[in-house]
Design a protein around this ligand. Structure first.
Ligand SMILES: Nc1ncnc2c1ncn2[C@@H]1O[C@H](COP(=O)(O)OP(=O)(O)OP(=O)(O)O)[C@@H](O)[C@H]1O
Ligand SMILES: [Mg+2]
Length: 410
């Protein structure tokens, strides 16, 4: 019986997806996750990453996890669920303690974390993450792991991420009504960064830009620390809406046209090439220059990239990106998106897809739209690797479901 199953659940604007993995290769520094199953359902009841209709969201969650369970041939009882949206806030916080004995122990570390975490939050906000950034021992800074060092004074800088409690509670409600438990709520942006960025990039300086359907999430790292998380309320849906107007076609058709024929830089398209799109009345067809679609896509994407660049510039982060920009999220599948990123950011740009640290059915998550959900499972794997906790237990989940099946059968 497996007891090291980890599940991630990402409720995006367009799709809700679940990934189930099994933790293997525990002796390594970073755990290896064997992907067993992936499930997807169309999301209902969500607007800009926030639950607006619980019943509908519950149904999407149930479908996605059940599909992943079916593919994996196992059941899970808990998930690492992604949270995001404009209600997320982040700040740095410092903590100082006197070292108990001469040598720094786990206990001193726990104490200094506790002090750094102790900021007063308004009653409608909750702490999602407290990420230790670095330690200072007797004024010597830049220390990653102070345990065992000698010193009298231990200081830490912790990156605190908070979210609105009502949003978190609605997510908990939807997941619990679907029959699962939330092991932890994880900022989706951090999960994606876990899935697509390397430790080297985080050291040298990198911005992850995840362009989804309704949002663009940004995470910036340098010197191995998280420096900024942000979200812009624009994404691939804007491109689709422009095509709806520009080509006078319904949203669904425009989405298909974008995904099938869209190109981020019109220059990359042969001006003679035409594509077939549905005509104004049912059964009719018409030919449209692919360049026209590309022009519409290019204009809007250029604007979105411009907003990202402005945000990075405003926070004086653009000059810190030695390793450049990593693009991910569904919209990063667009042909020519990397080239456009290079033009706008004047920095190295690559597309980021999950893959590192994954085995099993890793191919089924090797797409930019699966960064968040895969990162959530990897986050859970890291947690389990460190603490031995957070995996699905087989007691409640599988037994109750098998029980139900047996009752149905006999
Ligand atoms: N091949 C493609 N070319 C262009 N756009 C694509 C492609 N594949 C998917 N997209 C777009 O990516 C978007 C969906 O991305 P993703 O699945 O990351 O979003 P989401 O997680 O549902 O939304 P959000 O993160 O904003 O809540 C949609 O706008 C979709 O049209
Ligand atoms: Mg998303």
């Amino acid at each position: 019986m497996r007891s090291n199953l980890i599940a991630g659940l990402d409720i995006g604007t367009t799709k809700t997806c679940a990934v189930i993995g099994e933790l293997v290769g525990e002796s390594r520094r970073r755990p290896e996750l064997k992907i067993l199953g992936v499930g997807q359902a169309r999301t209902s009841g969500i607007r800009r990453e926030v639950v607006t209709h619980i019943e509908e969201t519950t149904e999407s969650i149930r479908k996605a996890i059940e599909e992943a369970e079916l593919m994996a041939g196992v059941s899970v009882d808990r998930v690492y669920a992604g949270i995001g949206g404009e209600h997320i806030q982040a700040q740095s916080s410092m903590g100082v303690v006197a070292v108990g004995d001469d040598e720094i122990t786990r206990k001193d570390l726990d104490r200094v974390h506790e002090v750094a975490r102790a900021v007063a939050l308004p009653p409608d906000r909750e702490l999602l993450h407290a990420i230790p950034q670095e330690y200072v021992v007797d004024h010597q800074s830049g220390i990653k792991d102070p345990i065992g060092m000698s010193g009298t004074r231990l200081e830490t800088e912790v990156y605190l991420v908070t979210g609105a409690s009502p949003s978190a509670n609605n997510l908990r409600k939807a997941v619990s009504r679907a029959g699962y438990r939330i092991q932890a709520l994880v900022l989706g942006t951090l999960a994606s960064a876990r899935a697509v960025l390397t430790e080297d990039e985080k050291e040298v300086g990198v911005a992850m830009v995840e362009i989804g359907a309704a949002t663009t999430q940004i995470a910036v790292y340098f010197e191995g620390k998280i420096r900024h998380v942000g979200v812009l309320p624009v994404g691939g849906d804007r491109l689709t809406n422009d095509l709806v107007k520009g080509l006078s076609i319904p949203f669904g058709e425009a989405q298909r046209a974008k995904e099938q024929y869209g190109v981020a830089i019109a220059q990359l398209v042969d001006p003679q090439e035409t594509v077939e799109l549905p005509g104004p009345s049912p059964g009719q067809k018409r030919h449209v220059a692919r360049e026209l679609i590309a022009h519409v896509v290019e204009q809007r994407l250029d604007e979105i990239f411009g907003l990202v660049r402005d945000e990075l510039e405003e926070r004086e982060l653009l000059s810190q990106l030695g390793a450049g920009v990593v693009l991910t999220g569904g919209t990063a599948a667009l042909h020519g998106v990397v080239e456009m990123g290079q033009q706008v950011f004047a920095a190295p740009v690559r597309a980021g897809v999950p893959g590192e640290g994954l085995t099993g059915l890793a191919d089924s998550v090797r797409r930019p739209r699966f960064s968040t959900v895969t990162g959530l499972a990897l986050f859970g794997a890291d947690r389990f690797h460190e603490t031995g906790e957070g995996a699905s237990t087989l007691s409640s989940g599988i037994v109750s479901k098998v029980g139900a099946w047996i009752r149905e059968f006999f």
